[in-house]
Design a protein around this ligand. Sequence first.
Ligand code: B3K
Ligand code: ZN
Length: 844
Amino acid sequence: PQTIYLRDYTPFGFVVEEVHLTFRLAPTSTRVLSRIKFAPNPEATDKTFFLHGEDLILKSSKIDGKKVTPTVTPEGLTCAVPDKPFVWESEVEISPQTNTALEGLYMSNGMYCTQCEAEGFRKITYYPDRPDVMSVFTVRVEGPHPVLLSNGNPKDSGDGWAEWRDPWPKPSYLFALVAGDLVNFPGEFTTCSGKDVELNIWARPGDEGKCAFGMEALKKSMKWDEEVYGREYDLDIFNIVAVDDFNMGAMENKGLNVFNSSAVLASPETSTDMNFERIEAIIAHEYFHNWTGNRITCRDWFQLCLKEGLTVFRDSQFTSDMRSAPVKRISDVIDLRGRQFPEDQGPLSHPVRPESFQEINNFYTATVYEKGAEVIGMLKRLVGDEDYAEALELYFARHDGQACTIEDWLKVFEDVTGRDLTQFKRWYSQSGTPRLSVSEAYADGTYTLTFKQHTPPSPDQAEKLPQVLPIAVGLLNPNGDEVVKTTLLEMTEAEQSFEFRDLASKPVPSLLRGFSAPVVLERAASRDEQVFLLAHDTDAFNRWEAGRNLARASLIAMVRDGAAPDQAYLDGLAALLRDDDLDPAFRALMLSLPSQSELAQALYEVGVTPDPDQIWQAKETMADTMARTFRDLLPKLAFEGKVTEPYEPSAEQSGKRSLGAAALALQTRLDGGEAAQKQFDKADNMTLQLSALSQLIQAGKDAKAVQSFHDQWKDDRLVMDKWFGLQVGAAHPAQAVDRAKALTEHPAFDMKNPNRFRAVFGALAMNHAGFHRKDGAGYDLLADWLIKLDAKNPQTTARMCSAFQTWRRYDADRQSLMKAALERIAAQPSLSRDTTEMVSRILG
Ligand code: B3K
Ligand code: ZN
């Protein structure tokens, strides 16, 4: 496959002044007619008229009304064109029904829908399918369906047809079309300047009862973006469509967002608190793209983080405002460590702005998204809130309607603040997670912190330079009073010291508050110091982090030295759990332990080859010990975790329920599932039902409950995904592979549906000790199914290959088993470009 490089960017030789498309829908023979006005681009030197096009049957093509015969290849076509503005017309045939890749125009449960980002539009018609080519679109959809949707505002419609016009120039990746027998859940929003906007959530008949929450989330997002970023919506209508077969969460097509039904449909009976929170965040995320992504888009796909990092950052600000800011920050950091750190510290490591790719779909990663958002968080900390707001104003004013680069983005910050961001820009170009170590000194009232930073070499970059690190620090005196409030240290050197004067005694430092930079903080802090911070830190994040550090250290000692669980950690935790003034959600997070995968990485870093079975056993021992130690506390926690009011997916209620779930998990270790069974039998919402089922599965007492859950929910696709996933995810490691295998034989298993496939195999990959079973059965099963799926859906296959990305961490036997599985995938004839690239990068 061909490699594309950032450095090779050149503008397209033509500008597109207008696009007219007509769709005559038919399952295996849809006709797409295009009429496109091109004009020479004065800014381009290469004047080749190349239009992308894949899997298209070209029926006719004309220039200025005269038939032409272009040169057609599997990637597109070229044609001789006049040296002045001209009109290109073509007619192509495509087959949505047989499109299982779910890219381009495809069918899902009888409805038509599209997914064009990144390069799917070329599977719809011949076009310069690149984000820097922007144009206004007029679209006519013809078909015997009650609902016919496209981007922009409705123009006209009649029996069996509808026309849409999008007045805002956009790249082709934001094109969308939806047609089918859909019902709408309507809403309305009046913008800050008094414009009424029609809102709709479209779903399959029967799902209309699951749209209300999404609609509220949309309205909140629209309001928030006006209030916080001054961004007003810019069309008369905003449509969201729920689709069952979708490769990712959702897509921000202009005025017509298409959503995986799991990312928009919700009801208390069928959705968990976590589902609700995720839906609220994704609706916000896609809506926020209207400005950060759509009005201002990316010049090329290397700039993906320009829209994704910023939009993730904005949606996390939104969630912090709607819910609890510390809880959101802690959850984001758990997620970053769980998904981005392994990526950045393994063979798939790449900069936030990659410099080359074979298949761009492989770069919709935690690094581009989540680390990209962290980089913006750092920038905001460094310049301060006011300058951040001013820079964003300038960004919108200066670049509205343009396709931009990271250089454009950083320039607005330089212009507003007068700062030189040359070194800061390394966050976009340098891959890998920096490691930060620290030492301290105290003399004559002066306390000195000396930091050293170092980023290990990665496969894509041997040499790393020092980064700009915003390090938020607070100091506590030995009584636990804060003597220095949160202060931002700006580290730019490989080694740098910072002094704090006039301190009466040696303070205890609270470092990297709020996780102010995405680094690994290597601090040989004493256990006493962590226990102290756990009790006294005023920074909620670092208080949680102190507990996390103690838990990690204790689990590592248990694995490595056969130590017993750390009593000081358990005592500190107990004190916290008793404190009713602390948010229940926060206490629930305090009770969560580092993931098995995080522990594997931590062991690997201290030179111990991680043994997944030992890690699992250590966590079991720790949890059993917690259950016994907190035995008397559990009834109180269970009580505080109870909600007596009618179900609401609010932060407050969901925080309580998460504390209740944490207490139930410990209780189950004492009573063998008695309380869980009771909760399961009585549950009137999915959060309670599912947490109980999870405990019953972990306790091995699930036969009855699994069956009754199935019988209750067999007709609900989204709930059945949970049923599939939980049986594998919560299974005893010795059973996970067998359960996954058995579930693939269940009549409701459908590999063509990405949600269902991920439910089983995503859960298998997450069941750390189960997936890494010593005999390699987990690797083999996953490889078998990835090979099958690749022939149908390369994008989802490639993404799931990352289950193997940490293979070099493990013992020689497991390494060779994983390597063999990867090589078996790589050896498949006609493996997709997507999967080929992923497997070869992972193998290195
Ligand atoms: N922009 C889309 C992701 C498209 C993924 C293409 N493989 C969703 C989002 O980030 O909002
Ligand atoms: Zn996005």
